[in-house]
Structure formats: C-alpha cells, structure tokens
Design a protein around this ligand. Structure first.
Ligand code: DGJ
Length: 730
C-alpha cells in the first residue's frame, strides 16, 4: 500500500508540474519508457532507456532530439492510428460505423495500480471525432525488468466497427543501430536464430499457420541496441507475443533510423468486427529488458515465467517414459505392460501412452484413420485404459495419455458424423495435412466436444496424471460453417479459433487445476506464454538427436525456463547414451526408448543418471541459468544452473562440433553466477560405468577463480559430454 501511495503522488506531481503536457513514465527497477502529450493532447513515446533518478527530468528528454514528423506523419505515437496524417506502419486501423477509415487518438487519463510485485498502468485514449476508446495497458514486474503490454479497444460508436489492424503494442526506440534476432524453422529444425541489422523500412516476422504460432517462424525476438547481440553486454529487449495463432511483429526503421516495433495478431484475413459497446482485448506482448546482454534478459524472463506465468512454474515435474518411438502405432497390452515395468525399473515417475490407443470402426493403426474417435481400440486394448492405469499403479508409476482433440481424420466417425465441425471450404477439394483436418473450435459444440474428450478421460480414469496435447495440422481452406450459419464474418475464424481454445482450456483448468499437461505440435509448434498459463511444459522438437538438441534447447532457453522444456532420450542420432541423457537432463527429462534394446552398461548408466537427475533436478528446474559457451561460436557448448543461494551449481559441457583442430577444451570455461567469496568443490557426475573422471577433484576453488579463470571440463572426443557438480565447501 505504501508503494501505491508514493507512486500516485509521483504521477500527480509530474502531471501538475507541466499542466499543459502530461508526462507518463512506465518504470521498472532499471528502465523507463516515457510518454508525453502535445498541445493537442496526442500522446508520444519520448523515451526508452535507463531510468532517471529524478522523475521530473523526463519532461526535458524530447527537447534534446530533433525528429520532426517528416513526410510520414507520425513515427513515435504511443499507439499509431491510420487514415489521417500518419503514413508509417499503423498499430490500429479501423473502419468506423459510417465507413470512414480515419482515426486519431487523444489522451484522456492515466491510472496506476500496485498489487504486490505488479504495477499496472492504464492509459486511456479516445478519438475526438468517433466514440472509439483505446486503453493501453502496461503491467510491470519492476524487480525483474519485465513488462506485459496489451490494448483494449472499445467501440462506443453508433453501430458496428471493423478492426483491420489491432496491435497489442507499439514501441519506439531512438538508438542509432538495431540488430534483430528472430527464430526461423521447419519441422525438425525449430528455433534457428538469424541475426540481422535492421535497415530503413519494414522487417516483419509472422505466422499464418492458424493453429500454431511456431514452426516456420516464432513470435519470439531479441532486439539489441547499438551492437550485435551479446550474452553479457549491451542493451537488449527480449520479447514474445503471447498468442497461440497467427501473429505479426513489424520492426520498422524510420527515416531517422529509429525503430518502431508493432506487435499483435496477424491482420491477415482477420478483420474483426466489434458491435456497439463491445471491447476487444488484444493478446500481450511480453518483454524483458537488460543492459547486461541476453543472459540477464533471459534470466529475468525465466524467473518471471516460473513465478508468475507458467502453470505450476515453481513446482515439480514428472520424469517419464513415452512409448511413441519405442512402438509407434504398433502395440498391445503386453507390450505396454512391459514398458510400464521398464518405467519403474528405470526409476522414472510416469508412463506416457502416445498416439494409436483409440478408434474402432476406423482403428488408429497409422496416422491416416481414427483421429477424433476417442474410445479405446478394443483390439489393442481389450481391457481398456483402466487396465493400463492399474498396471501402472501396480508398478508404482503414474499414467499419462496423448490426445490431439482439435483434429480429425476424414476416416473417422467424428468426421463422418459432423462434417460441419471441420474447417474446410464448402465448394473446394479438401486439403489434408498429415491425413487430417482441423476442427472448427469457434463452434461452441466443438468446444464442448474437446472439453469432453479430456473430462471423459479423467472421469473414467481419475488416476490419469498427465496429458500430452498434440496438434499436427495447420488450417488450410479457412472457412467455418458455424460462423457462416451464425452470420459471424469469416474473418473472425483465425482469432476465434484461438479464443475458443483458450475457453476450453479455462474450463479444463477450472475442473482440473493441477494435472500436468504438455503442449506438443508435430514437433515444436506451440510454446507461448498464453498457452503456458494452462500447460506445465512443451515439446521443443521431434528432433531428439542430442547434438541438434544442444542447439535447439539453447535457442529456446533465451525465452523459456528449463522447467517448461521436455527433453527426451530417443534412438535419434548414433551418439553414446551418455551424451543423450546428459543433454536431456538440461530440461525435464524423459525417455522414448525400448529398454530391451539397450546393452547392460548403457542400462546401468541410464539408471544411475536418472537417480542423479532426481538429486540435481532442483537446480535445473528452479535454478538461475547461465549460458557460458555458445555452440554457435565455439566447438563446445557449456551452460550452468545456479541454485540455493549460490551454494550449488551444475555445469553441462558438450563437444558440439567435431572439427579436427578443435576436439578438446584447451582453455578453461569461465563460470557465472557464483559467489566470488565462497569456496567450491568441482566434481564430475554421470560417469559411464567403469570410467573415471580425468579432473583433479581434490582442488577447492574460490568462486572468484571459477568466474575469472574458469575450469576446464576436459571435453574431448572420448569425453563428449561432461557434467560438473559445483558445491560450496565450508
Ligand atoms: C507428433 C509429436 O511430435 C510426436 O511426439 C508424437 O506424439 C506424434 N505426433 C504422434 O502422432
């Protein structure tokens, strides 16, 4: 309450000090973004950077810059409208109730509320001609330098209006050079970073896939100011649009070489109609700001995610054995019972039954039939799921199950009984993706159906302890029979699909608030901070080759904490089991293997490594992550997690490239995040049976030494993976 009082006073002071012009600072612990009105009450973004110690100094910032509006009209509007004198990329495009396309926004008021660690500032703008209200929302976690920003657009006009672009956020930066890192991809090649210097004009990253934000691109980005992105230096903004469908993020360098950033739902085929008195709430742009490079920015965002966003983000996670790569669709009760026993023998927490357990008239023996028919396949599972749940219970492991409830194969009872539930053009040939099509989640009946898929599973088998929720198809031939019938414009489909899905998830979480659920999307197509309100974790990629995973997990780590990342050991890649298990141990550990194919020593190693993981997982899941040696810049990848007041840490080191000259760590790798004044032992763990560490483990190092000189993990072609446990010595 005390803070609230102070803040209110501060704002009042600033506002009354410059009675003609309002100054609105949005501050975090270290940074500020400042808005100022002009004499016509339009609101301008005048500053983004280090916070000033005296709040009254902000009013003088814009006087130091000379950026007249040039021919393009407005560059630094707080929320750029269109149709009047703005000729740069807009944040908002509206067709008013009378068909007019012009919008202006004037400042009305500002309001700040403090709730514990969160401060929300709401800035209200209205059009002086049309009764259109826009509220810009800034939610700040000051200590973490994390901001969540979204916009509410309310139609108070005399009839319906059409939103043609409705961004979540509009930012403006006046630095001189900007580098953008964005993440491109493909199936099996998710999250590949590309850094480019932004030049005058527009660079857009976007998705039009409908059901999945990620895959070809992702709504994650890093803007680094002045210089290339660096792990420990420089001002960076690391952000994500938290929206699980089509997104569009525009990075526009204006004629003064300043950067305009506009992020939101992709307006592609998505004009959204608002009836009188309706409000549209955009998704959020979430970003972390750091002046010590991407390392700190990631740690801030990861801490925020664990503490405030991800479902059970500070809780535990279940290790598991998944049958997918061990059996694919070819299984029966005997095979699965054996895998359940293996789960127990390995020392894992849960057995996860993947695709292929359902469908009778159209049995799911391949990916071309049965999807949508969620009853147990009687041939494969004559005693139903209940039998497997009991088997799991007998073995003292938990039981989880795979579903893909938003999709159907044309060869399914669901598809044949409810053709109107499928997204497809009525007059055009069907276009399948992985032999399946997408259900129309805008339709409340479909929402009920999806909810029931989950609810029935839990009602019939209350001991189900985990769900893997897959989504393999994109939306082709976007057309909703439901919306057509209800007179809802077809351009609502992409948006209402995602909103419909959130509604279902909301209902599921009301009834089942805690059950862990994994997001999966034909590899890594779904992982964003809106979905992660409902899900505990996500599947980063079907590519589980450990070398590829070092890179993939590295890239996800910019935005996501290890606790959200499902990392499985599989038969992908012909590297040693140790490398596979060590790489998977950097996230939430799982296995997709048939134990009967493992040799004795591999099995012995794996069991010990799982025990070790259970001992150190707190560090990985709840610790602070430091990226030490990038596999993009070095032949060695190295990263660590620090936990327990800097008294415990774990360091993962890999030979990530096998070029002749670079096959051993010749130099030490500097550690980070330790206490310089503490003493630490460094011991190697997860050694393969019969192998001794080459390190001298008797040395006691100071934190200062480890962070200044470093330690050489002695990675080489025989020691391609080295895990070091760093413990405080008293
Ligand atoms: C795609 C997922 O990425 C896999 O892990 C597996 O669940 C299959 N779908 C099942 O069809």
């Amino acid at each position: 309450m005390k803070i609230k009082f102070n803040k209110t006073i501060i704002l009042f002071f600033v506002i009354s000090y410059c009675s003609a012009q309002t100054i609105i600072p949005i501050e975090t612990k270290d940074f500020a973004m400042v808005f100022k009105t002009d004499n016509q009450n339009r609101l301008w973004n005048i500053y983004f950077g280090k916070k000033l110690s005296d709040i009254s100094d902000y009013k003088d910032i814009d006087g130091q810059y000379y950026f007249p509006s040039s021919n393009a009209g407005m560059y630094n509007a707080a929320y750029t409208p269109s149709g009047t004198w703005n000729l740069s990329e807009p944040a908002l495009q509206v067709k008013h109730f009378d068909g007019n396309l012009s919008t202006e926004l004037h400042f009305v008021n500002v309001n700040t509320e403090v709730n514990n660690e969160e401060t929300i500032t709401k800035i209200t703008l209205t059009d002086p001609v049309y009764k259109l209200k826009v509220v810009l929302n800034y939610k700040v976690w000051s200590n973490l330098n994390v901001v969540e920003q979204w916009t509410d657009i309310t139609n108070n006009e005399d009839g319906a209006i059409e939103l043609n672009k409705y961004a979540s956020a509009n930012l403006y930066f006046t630095n001189k050079d900007f580098y953008l890192t964005h993440f491109q991809g493909e199936y099996l090649k998710e999250m590949q970073p590309v850094e480019e210097k932004l030049t005058q004009g527009l660079k857009t990253i976007e998705s039009k896939l409908g059901t999945r934000a990620m895959l070809l691109g992702t709504p994650n980005f890093i803007v680094s100011f002045e210089n290339h992105q660096s792990e420990d230096e420089g001002l960076v903004l690391l952000g994500q649009l938290a929206w699980s469908g089509n997104y569009k993020i525009d990075f526009e360098i204006d004629s003064y070489k300043n950067l305009r950033l506009i992020a939101g739902i992709n307006p592609y085929e998505s004009n959204y109609y608002l009836k009188k008195d309706e409000t549209f709430k955009t998704p959020s742009l979430i970003y972390s700001i750091s002046n010590k490079g991407t390392g700190l920015a990631s740690r801030q965002l990861q801490s925020w995610a664990k503490k405030y966003r991800v479902l059970n983000g500070e809780g535990d996670r279940l290790t598991l054995l998944n049958n997918w790569e061990a059996t694919y669709f070819d299984f029966n009760e005997t095979k699965l019972s054996k895998l359940i026993k293996d789960t127990k023998d390995l020392g894992l927490d849960l057995f996860l039954l993947d695709d292929g357990w359902f469908g009778n008239k159209y049995p799911r023996n391949n990916d071309d039939a049965g999807l949508g028919d969620w009853e147990e396949n009687r041939k494969k599972l004559p005693n139903g799921l209940g039998y497997l749940v009991k088997e799991a219970k007998k073995s003292k492991v938990k039981f989880g199950i795979w579903i893909e409830p938003e999709m159907a194969n044309p060869e399914s009872e669901l598809f044949k009984n409810h053709p109107d539930w499928i997204i497809k053009q009525p007059e055009r040939p069907e276009k399948l993706y992985r032999n399946q099509m997408v259900l129309d989640v805008t339709n409340p009946e479909v929402q009920d159906f999806i909810y029931d898929v989950v609810d029935n599973l839990f009602t019939q088998n209350p001991e189900i302890a985990f769900i893997k929720w897959d989504c393999n198809a994109v939306i082709y031939n976007a057309y909703s029979a439901y919306q057509q019938q209800k007179g809802i414009p077809q351009t609502h489909l992409y948006v209402d699909y995602v909103l419909g899905l959130y509604k279902v998830l909301e209902r599921i979480r009301e009834k089942y608030p805690k059950v862990p659920m994994m997001l999966c999307s034909g590899g890594g197509g779904r992982a964003d901070y809106e979905f992660l309100k409902y899900f505990t974790e996500f599947w980063p990629s079907d590519d589980t080759d450990p070398i590829e995973r070092i890179f993939i997990q590295w890239n996800y780590s910019y935005f996501f904490p290890a606790i959200t990342m499902d990392c499985h050991v599989t038969n992908w890649g012909n590297q040693p089991i140790k490398l596979k298990v060590d790489v998977a141990s950097m996230g939430k550990l799982g296995f997709d293997v048939d134990v009967s194919h493992m040799n004795e020593k591999d099995l012995e190693f794996t069991k010990t490594a799982i025990k070790n993981y259970n001992r150190f997982k707190n560090m990985v899941l709840h610790g602070e992550q430091y990226r030490l040696s990038s596999p993009y810049k070095n032949p060695f990848a190295s990263l660590m997690y620090v936990h327990n007041n800097q008294s415990l840490a774990i360091m993962f080191n890999y030979l990530s490239s096998n070029r002749f000259m670079e096959r051993m760590t010749k130099r030490p790798i500097k550690l980070k995040g330790l206490d310089a004044n503490k003493k630490y032992s460094v011991k190697e763990i997860n050694l393969y049976p019969g192998v001794k560490s080459t390190l001298n483990e008797l040395i006691v190092y100071s934190g200062d030494f480890l962070m200044t000189v470093g330690v050489n993990p002695e990675v080489d072609t025989k020691r391609t993976s080295v895990i070091l446990l760093i413990e405080e010595v008293n």
